[in-house]
Design a protein around this ligand. Sequence first.
Ligand code: HEC
Ligand code: HEC
Ligand code: HEC
Ligand code: HEC
Ligand code: HEC
Ligand code: HEC
Ligand code: HEC
Ligand code: HEC
Ligand code: HEC
Ligand code: HEC
Ligand code: HEC
Ligand code: HEC
Length: 299
Amino acid sequence: MIRKASSNDSVARIICFLLVVTIWAFVLPLSVEAAQISAAESTAQLRAATNKILALDATHKLLNTDCIKCHKSEPADIKRAGGKHRTEVTCLDCHIDHLPSGTKTIPQCSMCHDPAKQAHFALGARSVCLKCHRNPHTPLNITIPNKHWVNKACETCHPEKGKEFKKYPSKHSQKNCTFCHPRKHKRIERCLQCHKPHAPFMVFKDCLRCHKPHSPLNIHYASNIPNKYCGACHTDIFKLLSKSKAKHGKFKCAFCHKNKHPTVPKCQDCHQNIHSETILSRFNNDCLKCHRDPHNLLI
Ligand code: HEC
Ligand code: HEC
Ligand code: HEC
Ligand code: HEC
Ligand code: HEC
Ligand code: HEC
Ligand code: HEC
Ligand code: HEC
Ligand code: HEC
Ligand code: HEC
Ligand code: HEC
Ligand code: HEC
């Protein structure tokens, strides 16, 4: 018996080898080696005998249907989640040769995913690809490591995000993409997992009314943003304007402070030639000398 086989896996393998070999013993003229396998006393001997079979028979080429006789997990993986590696290619398209005589046993990804055709395929050798595509037999089962170099990989498909980070530097730009998009592709951490809102009523979607996650200091908002959002920080002005009976009191903050924070308008952007030059010049052209405060006009 084989004493060295320790795990269930290797026992299963060995049983499988024996089975295959028994079958082959009938179909193929390999009885000598089959006998050697039956007589094998250790895993090493079994491997040697199997290898001999795989190498010996010049007339018998391995077929795709043969692999499963000895390898269980890879065909199972492919069946479960092989995606296009199941439908578009076969075992032998990737594993052209077999040990012990074969040299092209494990393919480079670049064999089929031409680095010249797509930046994503030029990230490096197979070992780099396998850092995210951890199992070539389940290629879309991706686990992304939390390392800064992944930014470069993400940017092969999302180049605009890298550009945005550079154009609007912030503390977010210094982070790895995986700081907010950890482990799984398309996963998103929400602002409120890391930040307190400016006011209790604010939820995640509200943050995006003013901030973009990849350029958070470049603050923009739409002209219809409700005043209470500005009021979260400008509490006094918000109260003042809300109470004002003047026509300004009905306006949105963003009607005057247009689009980008902080923008300060001039009265003359909207009001022209209201009073005579002589009166105005006497008050240094300062409208607020008489009207007091745009948020609380004296009327
Ligand atoms: C008769 C049993 C048997 C069959 C059939 C078989 N293999 Fe193997 N295969 C083995 C054994 C045993 C090893 C381990 C060899 C070693 O480690 O020396 C191995 C190793 C491999 C490896 C690893 C190579 C490396 O460089 O590490 C790949 C890939 C492989 N087989 C693919 C296949 C594919 C694809 C098929 C079908 C076309 C197949 N095998 C059919 C027994 C088999
Ligand atoms: C798209 C290419 C591709 C296809 C198709 C493919 N493989 Fe693989 N296979 C690989 C690569 C790449 C590796 C090396 C993985 C690594 O280094 O971790 C590998 C590794 C292996 C190994 C060695 C595993 C180990 O742990 O040493 C076996 C055995 C194997 N494949 C069998 C198969 C069988 C059987 C099929 C068909 C059912 C198959 N492969 C289909 C690319 C492929
Ligand atoms: C023998 C050729 C071959 C090799 C080698 C190969 N692939 Fe593929 N792969 C394909 C083909 C063909 C497709 C489907 C067409 C496409 O999307 O370009 C594909 C598709 C994929 C997909 C998308 C799968 C899906 O279901 O949409 C991923 C991810 C992938 N390959 C990653 C890899 C990685 C990583 C490696 C190296 C470990 C690799 N491939 C090696 C041929 C190959
Ligand atoms: C940092 C992680 C990472 C690395 C490294 C990586 N990929 Fe990907 N790859 C992804 C993600 C994420 C996707 C998108 C999957 C999706 O669409 O859901 C992807 C998609 C793919 C696809 C399918 C989509 C397409 O454009 O055809 C292929 C093929 C692919 N990668 C091949 C490779 C190859 C080859 C390498 C190595 C040169 C590699 N990948 C390195 C993360 C990575
Ligand atoms: C091979 C190309 C590819 C790579 C590499 C890639 N992505 Fe994607 N990503 C896509 C595609 C395609 C989509 C879907 C776009 C859509 O739905 O409009 C997407 C969507 C996303 C989404 C949005 C999810 C949603 O629900 O809207 C996020 C977040 C994302 N990717 C982050 C990343 C990060 C982080 C990386 C690097 C680890 C990365 N991607 C690498 C192709 C890629
Ligand atoms: C995974 C955690 C995380 C998420 C998610 C996150 N942030 Fe941040 N953010 C940080 C950290 C850490 C800093 C730097 C804090 C420091 O050093 O004081 C930061 C800084 C900022 C800054 C100040 C930038 C600077 O350069 O001063 C703003 C604004 C900001 N975040 C807004 C947001 C918004 C809006 C969202 C959602 C769209 C968000 N953050 C999502 C962790 C996060
Ligand atoms: C500080 C946190 C943070 C960092 C760092 C970060 N993101 Fe995001 N990202 C987010 C948030 C939050 C969203 C969701 C925005 C939304 O729902 O509109 C998002 C959305 C996305 C989207 C999909 C929506 C869109 O705007 O197209 C992609 C793609 C994306 N991020 C890619 C990246 C890439 C690539 C990196 C690294 C270069 C990165 N992100 C770094 C927080 C971050
Ligand atoms: C009405 C617009 C607006 C909304 C909505 C908004 N912010 Fe801000 N946020 C700002 C402005 C303006 C600043 C810059 C204040 C400054 O210059 O110090 C800022 C600064 C920040 C900062 C950095 C300074 C600090 O307070 O630590 C963080 C973090 C931040 N916002 C997170 C968020 C989050 C999270 C949300 C969603 C709950 C959110 N913001 C919603 C306008 C907004
Ligand atoms: C997170 C708190 C916060 C929010 C929300 C916020 N602001 Fe501010 N705002 C500030 C701070 C802090 C300053 C002073 C520092 C500066 O100039 O950036 C400021 C300054 C201003 C200024 C004066 C700039 C100057 O040069 O005197 C205006 C105008 C302004 N904000 C309008 C708005 C409007 C309109 C909104 C709503 C769309 C808003 N703010 C939302 C924090 C905020
Ligand atoms: C009718 C136009 C108008 C509306 C509506 C308006 N503002 Fe103003 N705001 C102005 C003008 C004009 C100034 C510049 C006053 C000056 O020159 O001193 C100003 C100045 C400011 C300043 C900086 C000076 C200061 O007083 O601290 C802040 C902050 C501000 N507004 C916030 C707000 C907020 C918040 C709202 C909504 C609650 C709002 N404004 C609504 C026109 C407006
Ligand atoms: C973004 C445009 C805008 C800005 C900036 C602006 N106003 Fe107005 N203002 C208006 C509009 C619109 C009305 C209403 C006109 C009407 O209904 O006839 C108004 C009305 C007024 C009124 C009449 C108030 C009433 O209740 O009858 C006064 C006075 C006035 N503005 C003064 C000012 C002063 C002073 C400033 C600068 C500190 C200023 N405005 C800045 C748009 C603006
Ligand atoms: C000397 C004080 C004074 C100064 C300076 C002043 N105003 Fe007036 N303004 C008034 C008075 C008083 C009224 C109301 C009586 C009227 O209709 O003439 C008024 C009325 C207005 C009205 C309402 C007109 C209408 O038809 O309802 C607007 C708009 C206005 N002012 C804008 C401005 C602007 C803009 C400036 C700066 C360029 C300014 N004012 C400077 C005293 C002043």
